[in-house]
Each structure stands twice: as C-alpha cells, then as structure tokens.
Design a protein around this ligand. Structure first.
Ligand SMILES: [Zn+2]
Ligand SMILES: [Zn+2]
Length: 408
C-alpha cells in the first residue's frame, strides 16, 4: 500500500490522508483547517483533483469523527464518491449544520464499529476510540496482509479509555501507525480523567448556588461529568437548546430532558427570532421541559458565548445570587475576542470564573501505549505542530511533508 498525507503533517486539524492499494484509493478525514495565529479558518474547497474537482479518482472517503476539522468539508466531495460516516457522528454533523452553518446537505453512507467495509482489494474497519467527540473512531486499513492503523484524534483518560485499550489489543500489531500528535510539544504530564474532573466539580458546585458551564455540546463525556456533579450537589442540569437537541438524538443513557427528570432546557433568547419551521423542528418538542425564567435556586446551566443576554436577564430577575462560570474547553479559545467578550461580560455581573477541563487528546503515556501495543514498523505523525519531536517519542518515526508518498 501507499500512503500520502495530502495535508496535516504540520498542522492541527484539517488533515487529509490518502491510502492506496493495487486497486483502490481512499481518503481518511476531510475537515477544515482550524484557525490559528497565522491563518483564518479554511472553509473553502481545497480543490483536490479527482476528489473535489475533475473526474473521480478516489473510491471512497472515511471520516473518523464529527469534529469540524475532520468532517467539515465533505460537502465538496464529488457526488459519485461515497463518504462513510459512523451513524451517531452523522447525526451530530447534520444537527451542527442546521444550527450553525447554512444548512449544508451532504449524502453519506453509514459506517458501523467493527463492521468491515470492502473497497476492491482493501478492507477498512472502524473501531471505537476515546475522544472528546461522541462515537469517535480509528480506522484499520488492510490489503495484501499489510495493516495500516489511522488513529484519528484520541485519548485514554475519558470514559471510553478502557474499551479503547482493549480494542487496540485486539487489533494488535500493525505495519504502519498514522497517529495524531496534538500534544507533542506540550508538557509531559498525565492528563486528568473525567472522574477526576467530576470530583473537582463536586467541590466547586458545593460552593455556589448557580453554575454556568461553557463546554462543547458534542463532548458527551463532559456533560456526563457535570451531570454527575449536579447529582451529588442537589442541582438540576439545564441544557441550552442546542445541547438538548444533541443529547436527544443520541442514545438515551446520556442525560437528556426527555429521559431524566432532573434535566431541563433553556431556549436562548436569540432563538426566539428563528422561523416557524426551525422552532417546530428543534424547539417545540422541549416545551414541557423548558424553563423560561427563575424556577430553581440551585442549578448548573450549559451556556454558549452567544448567551450573555440570557445571563444578564437571569441576573435582573434575581436568579443569580452566588454564581460561577465554569470554563471547560481548550484554553486557547480564551484568547479569541468573542470568548473574551463573553467571559468579561459574565464577570462584570459579579459571577466568579473557574477552569475545569481536561484535554481531548492523548498525553505522552497514552501515545507510547498505542505504540507499544501496535508495535509498528513505521510511525507517521500528523495533526501536530511539532512533528520533529516524533523522533524522540517513537522508535520508528518517519517524518513526512505534505504531499510526500511512501510505500509499505
Ligand atoms: Zn482534530
Ligand atoms: Zn477531534
């Protein structure tokens, strides 16, 4: 097989990997570049011949998870190339589009964990992985007795850490490991688990009556963590309307207003302006769980940076007496102007600020564990700004540039 990292040897997010066998040629992940100091978010068509322009040269595209930097550009893919996405990730992707983008539509094919998909002389299997996006997967690509494992984004300190390790052991030895290296340049420490975050949250929730939480709605592990902390501190959990829609479409062991009697919904003021159709589809079904003003003394509410007006309104109504905003996302976002505006606005209301977070990406110990279990002949790092460090981390690191091809 041949491997080419079309994009992603020198950046976090927006990685595009090409793998080809004698007969088949596939792509793994097709998302947008994340914005950083040097560039804006890239949402335009990357114009790849045979994939997004010209005539078809690829047999299929496989997506590891629903984060925008892995799935965000699939609507540019030529119509006659099938795009495989895990079922629940697909639901999240569609909902995100409806809430945030201009209702982009894209036909995809369902992909299930542990169910191989055959493309000519290639076998591709999705396996579950631990990451901060629900139902994330890694892909094992096999052809002519060679095995390539593409990890996607992963970690081991979340709620799926154990099953991830077990699955890796089942996969066993591979010829080539393509691994994400988001944390390569960061401090070599063991990351906090979701259970540890739960304990920290309980202590903090005890100190305040009202908690506002800023986190990604697709980080289901984290919702569970905060829900558990609510349980221990006599608080109800109030989900913003977008999060409520996310938890509704996923399986019902996740805290959702319809199945949990201590979970409610807050419809942010800005959604009042949405059209009838949108309201019918995404808001009306939550009516009976919706709280519109002060009902509870003790609560934890999931919020978005667009909800400063909502928090101000609660303050005016006397619903905020002793409150804290918990920030639970990558700290880098705090440097962005819109985040700063929100956080400063909240602080001006006399609300305290705390950070409770753990990374969605693997720490050094976990990366080494993946290497030792899969024992690869070659390791290619992607999704990193520090690819050169791979030489210090792995026995058999191979540092590629974008567009360079190797054969195994
Ligand atoms: Zn990513
Ligand atoms: Zn991700």
């Amino acid at each position: 097989m041949k491997v080419k990292i079309i994009k992603g040897t020198n950046q976090i997010g927006g990685c595009i990997t090409e793998i080809s066998s004698d007969k088949a040629r596939i792509i793994i992940d097709f998302g947008e570049d994340l914005p950083d100091d040097e560039k804006e978010e890239q949402m335009e068509n990357p114009m790849i011949d045979g994939l997004t322009t010209g005539t078809k040269k690829y047999d299929a595209v496989f997506i590891t998870h629903s984060h925008g930097d892995h799935i965000g550009l699939i609507h540019y893919i030529l119509n006659d190339i099938p795009v495989y996405v895990e079922k629940e990730s697909k639901k999240i992707y569609e909902l995100l589009n409806k809430f945030t983008y201009q209702d982009i539509r894209c036909e995809t094919k369902d992909m299930e964990f542990n169910q191989p998909i055959i493309i000519k002389d290639m076998k591709i299997t999705l396996f579950i992985i631990d990451h901060s996006s629900y139902n994330s997967g890694m892909l094992l690509v096999e052809s002519k007795k060679k095995k390539i494992l593409h990890t996607g984004d992963y970690r081991k300190h979340g709620r799926k850490g154990k099953i991830f390790e077990k699955t890796l052991k089942k996969i066993g030895k591979v010829d080539l490991l393509i691994t994400e290296g988001t944390t390569f340049g960061r401090e070599n420490i063991k990351y906090k688990t979701e259970e540890e975050l739960e304990r920290i949250s309980i202590e903090l929730f005890k100190k305040y009556k009202q908690i506002f939480i800023l986190q990604a709605s697709t980080n289901i592990d984290r919702i569970v963590t905060f829900y558990k902390a609510c349980k221990q501190t006599d608080k109800v959990l109030i989900e913003d309307i977008f999060t409520a829609n996310i938890t509704k479409i996923l399986n019902h062991t996740i805290p959702t207003p319809e199945k949990f009697d201590d979970v409610y919904v807050w419809t942010a003021l800005r959604y009042m302006k949405k059209n009838k159709e949108f309201k019918k589809e995404f808001i009306d079904s939550f009516k009976q769980y919706n709280i519109s003003s002060v009902v509870f003394q003790n609560f934890a509410m999931l919020v978005k940076i667009s909800m400063l007006e909502d928090i101000k309104m609660l303050k005016e109504k006397g619903a905020i007496t002793n409150a804290c905003l918990v920030y639970s996302m990558w700290e880098g976002y705090l440097e962005k102007e819109n985040f700063q505006k929100f956080v400063n606005g909240v602080k001006e209301l006399g609300i305290d600020f705390e950070i409770i977070h753990t990374s969605g990406h693997a720490d050094r110990e976990t990366i080494k564990l993946v290497e030792s279990i899969t024992n690869p002949k070659i390791v290619i790092p992607i999704h990193t700004k520090n690819k050169k460090l791979a030489k210090e981390i792995f026995k058999n690191a191979l540092i590629l540039d974008d567009g360079e091809e190797i054969e195994i």
